[in-house]
Design a binder for this molecule. Structure first.
Ligand SMILES: *Cc1c(COP(=O)(O)O)cnc(C)c1O
Length: 372
């Protein structure tokens, strides 16, 4: 059996160790220290946003974002249905109600038309939604002009789940910087990693200041431990932040490699009628975190997936929409069948930034052989 090709492996440079060693040498191994501050500043510089708080995970960042926007028991939050469960789970941590919005075909992300329809319908039912949680899936930006216009029209704050989209841009502006609050993930399988971690970014520095406060057990200023808020243990450690600093230095290279993977697949598989690709609309720049193909049917999708599996190549169906998940199926949803079709017919191919041409060819040869 040939060596396994993984879907998306961590890709370290070795430079991370410089920052980690510094942390060891200076004994800054706690959830504070020069790497934490440095990483936050460097994320601000990279994305062009005012403030950042680095945290233990992207999920923690979404949870704090909802808390900072005052989301409470019974409030409704409009949320992309086509996503990973970590987007929606924090809504339930606060006992709020997720209202799921389906996708459009140009980006596979939240459909602006359906979003507005949902808002009008919720208002008619007597409940104005308290936030919009929009996801840029697989690194592809959502239709931000349309979504921002709707958010402004109805005065609903916008949170961007850019967990998969650091390095992506919409009209030259970094994803995560459009909404009131944006979040990133540095989990092991994401485009850059801190082994595990996340960040909240905002142009309102108060949000990040408060997030840091809540993430470190909400300790009031006093010589003893005094608390007037419920706190969390959500801060990133100085060790993890050190890994993140090394990774951020090579983010643009990582994006270039992932985009090259996508182009490689597209070129090699272009002639197969049963397979299509999601192209970037004008003004959209995707980090191509995962390269995905769309097939003509569930059967084709499964034929490809199982054949790759037999050749020790990992692939994965696209995310199963939240409104179809047993844990969320009882919540309201506005669907048009698109995310369900993407889930049934789509497949993510190996997308690591460390894949060689030889490995990429193993993937495309395996797929081509099915259609010969
Ligand atoms: C990975 C991911 C998250 C969660 O990030 P963690 O750092 O793993 O907690 C949230 N949303 C999306 C879309 C993700 O892909």
């Amino acid at each position: 059996m040939k060596e396994k090709i993984w879907l998306s492996s961590p890709h370290l440079t070795g430079e991370e160790q410089k920052y980690v060693k510094e942390a060891f040498d200076t004994n800054w191994v706690a959830p504070l220290g020069p790497n934490v501050n440095g990483f936050e500043q460097e994320i601000c510089d990279y994305t062009g946003i005012k403030s950042c708080a680095v945290l233990s995970s992207g999920t923690a960042a979404i949870h704090l974002a909802l808390i900072l926007l005052g989301i409470k028991d019974g409030d409704e939050v409009l949320c992309s249905t086509f996503t990973f469960s970590a987007t929606a789970n924090p809504i339930r941590y606060e006992r709020a109600i997720p209202v799921f919005i389906d996708s459009e075909r140009d980006t596979w992300n939240m459909c602006p038309k359906l979003l507005e329809k949902a808002i009008q319908d919720r208002i008619k039912k007597g409940k104005t939604p308290k936030a919009i949680l929009v996801v840029h899936l697989y690194g592809m930006p959502s239709k931000m002009n349309e979504i921002m216009a709707i958010a402004e029209k109805y005065e609903i704050p916008l949170i961007e789940d850019a967990a998969e989209a650091i390095g992506s841009k919409y009209e030259k502006k970094a994803m995560g910087t459009f909404g009131e609050i944006g979040i990133f993930s540095f989990n092991g399988n994401k485009i850059i990693t801190t082994s595990g971690g996340g960040a909240m970014v905002s142009n309102n520095s108060e949000f990040c200041k408060k997030a840091t406060f809540l993430a470190t057990q909400a300790r009031d200023e006093a010589p003893h431990y005094q608390h007037s808020h419920i706190g969390y243990n959500y801060r990133m450690s100085n060790i993890c932040a050190g890994i993140g600093r090394g990774q951020l230095e090579v983010l643009d290279d990582r994006v270039a490699s992932r985009r090259r993977n996508f182009e490689f697949y597209k070129e090699k598989l272009n002639d197969i009628d049963q397979i299509s690709f999601l192209n970037e609309p004008v003004g959209f720049y995707s980090n191509r975190w995962l390269s995905a193909i769309l097939t003509d049917s569930y059967d084709t999708r499964e034929r490809i997936r199982l054949s790759l599996e037999g050749k020790n190549i990992e692939s994965r169906p696209l995310w199963k929409p939240m409104h179809l998940q047993p844990v969320f199926s009882s919540f309201p949803s506005y669907d048009n069948g698109i995310s369900e079709e993407l889930f049934n017919n789509g497949l993510c191919l190996p997308s690591g930034s460390d894949l060689t041409n030889k490995e990429l060819s193993r993937v495309t040869d395996a797929i081509l052989s099915i259609f010969e």
